[in-house]
Design a binder for this molecule. Structure first.
Ligand code: GTP
Ligand code: MG
Length: 524
């Protein structure tokens, strides 16, 4: 989807804001150059906005006063002097209502300067933070910055840094003021430094505002700006600024992308966890073992669980072991350059719920083990003998009964003697054994309650640990999904940004404009 710069930068800001709040990126770095260019005038025909910028006491206000021919801006020896912005423009130029504070306005009727709005700004290397803020808030409204220096201080630390970092988004002219006490070596050195900063052939004007110096170039400065104030130059400066900002935006997006780590790192995180969990699970299991037997005895004595939560295996030791494992997982993520905050957020929930999750598994399996004693084979055998315990005595008694009736009928026909003593003894024995044998086998094979409880507890702890491992893996996979979503949004923004930076703005190599813009952006 195609966006223009302002839309795109807004979307990047929104994305960065939510990514920062969710902890995916550690900081939002939004250089001034990314701020949208915000021309004071909405209509196409507008004047060129130029502003004096530089350290305190270099003579910015004096230069504007000289242009005006009267003291419209406050200048003096107190440092810093100016604490407000002074605008100086033709009386026919109608400035819109400005959303900015601390402004003075003065008018002139010089037709040659009709297309230029001059601005005097406070110093930029001030001890007064308000001054710096005021200058920064004005920067997006300005087309050309006139960087004023004095021969002694032509590289004021903060203003120079601003030139290096934000230089490419504006046009620049340079003034070495107070040249009445300047040396040519200072001028040449300043020129050399500008060259290094990225200006191949900078336009530097030597001026002196106190006395008439033969080579004062103040008039040239005013003329150059008047001649530059064409719609074409303004458009070119705007387009170039936009291009530079789009490049900076792309760098910013690239920088954000580094916060997400690699796919390999993510895979490593899973395998590191499996390895770490093996040890933790083993230690936890060992820690539980000595408590299982007494617990099983406890159940055997009471024959039933009294209330839920009766099994309190997950003690402080277990929680510490589990917390340590999760801490080392987060540390692993950090070492693998993955964003740790969103992962920690997933794990936080697990830390709190570990005890409940583990205990519910143990309780479930213990209850099941007590309800269904023994394993499947044991239960089958027991069932068989339980049936045999009933059926065998019935069968034996039926057989004895049959023999008694049969003996009686036969003895009646043959008048032989009826059943003897042997029969009585054998049939009693048969009946008794047919009941006693299954009865004792049942008694012997029946697993004890204690054993059942122990088996249930063992199974429960192992299932409980499995469920914790599963929950952590699920947490990592949710982290992975969130990460993938963020990366896909970021990639969409990157693609949109690439389409903005594709076509560079053409500036004629020999024009004054070419001398005003940085050729190699020092900040890049
Ligand atoms: N010798 C000499 N002094 C100058 C020249 N231009 C300005 N001054 C003096 O330098 C001092 C500071 O001038 P300002 O115009 O107030 O300087 P500024 O850059 O506006 O200073 P801030 O408002 O604090 O940022 C004043 O006392 C001026 O008289 C010059 O060309 N030569
Ligand atoms: Mg001033």
């Amino acid at each position: 989807m195609a966006y223009d710069y302002s839309e795109l930068s807004q979307r990047v800001d929104l994305w960065a804001q939510q990514a920062y709040e969710l902890g995916w990126i550690a900081e939002i770095n939004s250089p001034i150059s990314l701020k949208e260019k915000n021309p004071l005038f909405e209509n196409v025909m507008r004047p060129l906005i130029v502003a004096f910028i530089g350290g305190t006491g270099v003579g910015k206000s004096t230069l504007l006063n000289r242009l005006a021919g009267k003291p419209i801006a406050k200048s003096g020896v107190a440092r810093p002097t100016s604490k407000e912005v002074t605008l100086f423009h033709h009386q026919d130029v109608k400035l819109p209502t400005l959303p900015l504070n601390d402004i003075r306005v003065a008018h002139h009727d010089d037709e040659t300067q009709k297309n230029v709005v001059w601005i005097d700004m406070p110093d930029f290397d001030s001890t007064d933070a308000h001054n710096k803020e005021l200058v920064l808030s004005w920067l997006p409204h300005i087309d050309v910055l006139i960087y004023v220096v004095s021969p002694e201080r032509y590289r004021d630390e903060k203003a120079w840094r601003l030139l290096l970092s934000e230089g490419a988004t504006h046009g620049w002219l340079f003034v070495m003021n107070q040249y009445d006490r300047g040396e040519i070596e200072q001028f040449t050195d300043f020129e050399k430094q500008l060259h290094v900063a990225g200006f191949e052939s900078p336009m530097i004007f030597k001026t002196s505002c106190t006395e008439t110096v033969e080579k004062d170039e103040f008039k040239n400065l005013a003329q150059t700006l008047a001649s530059l104030a064409t719609q074409k130059t303004i458009e070119q400066l705007e387009q170039r600024g936009e291009q530079v900002r789009a490049n900076a935006l792309q760098n910013q997006l690239q920088n954000y992308a580094t916060h997400f780590g690699s796919e390999t790192a993510l895979k490593k995180l899973y395998s590191h966890w499996q390895h770490a969990w093996k040890n933790t699970a083993m230690q936890l299991q060992q820690g539980f073992t000595w408590r299982l037997k007494p617990l099983a005895e406890h159940f055997a004595q009471r024959t039933m669980m009294e209330k839920s939560g009766d099994i309190d295996l997950w003690d402080e030791f277990a929680q510490t072991q589990f917390d340590d494992a999760l801490n080392s997982l987060a540390l692993d993520a950090q070492n693998l350059n993955l964003p740790t905050v969103p992962l920690e957020m997933q794990l936080l929930n697990l830390r709190e719920k570990a005890k409940k999750q583990f205990s519910s598994q143990v309780e479930l399996h213990t209850r099941q083990a007590l309800a269904q004693r023994g394993n499947a084979l044991q239960r089958g055998v027991l069932k068989f003998f339980a049936i045999a315990e009933v059926l065998l005595p019935i069968t034996a008694m039926s057989w004895v009964g049959f023999q008694v009736v049969n003996g009686y009928v036969e003895s009646n026909q043959t008048h032989d003697h009826y059943l003897n003593l042997d029969f009585a003894i054998h049939s009693t024995l048969l009946c008794s054994l047919s009941w006693l044998v299954p009865f004792f086998i049942l008694k012997k094979c029946q697993p004890s309650l204690e054993k059942c409880a122990l088996r249930g507890l063992n199974k429960g702890t192992s299932k409980g640990l499995d469920s914790l491992n599963h929950a952590v893996n699920l947490g990592i996979s949710q982290f992975e999904t969130g990460r993938a979503e963020q990366i896909s949004q970021l990639n969409e923004l990157k693609t949109a940004c690439e389409s903005l930076t594709k076509t560079p703005v053409e500036i004629d190599e020999n024009s004054d404009l070419a001398r005003m813009v940085m050729t190699n952006h020092a900040a890049n």
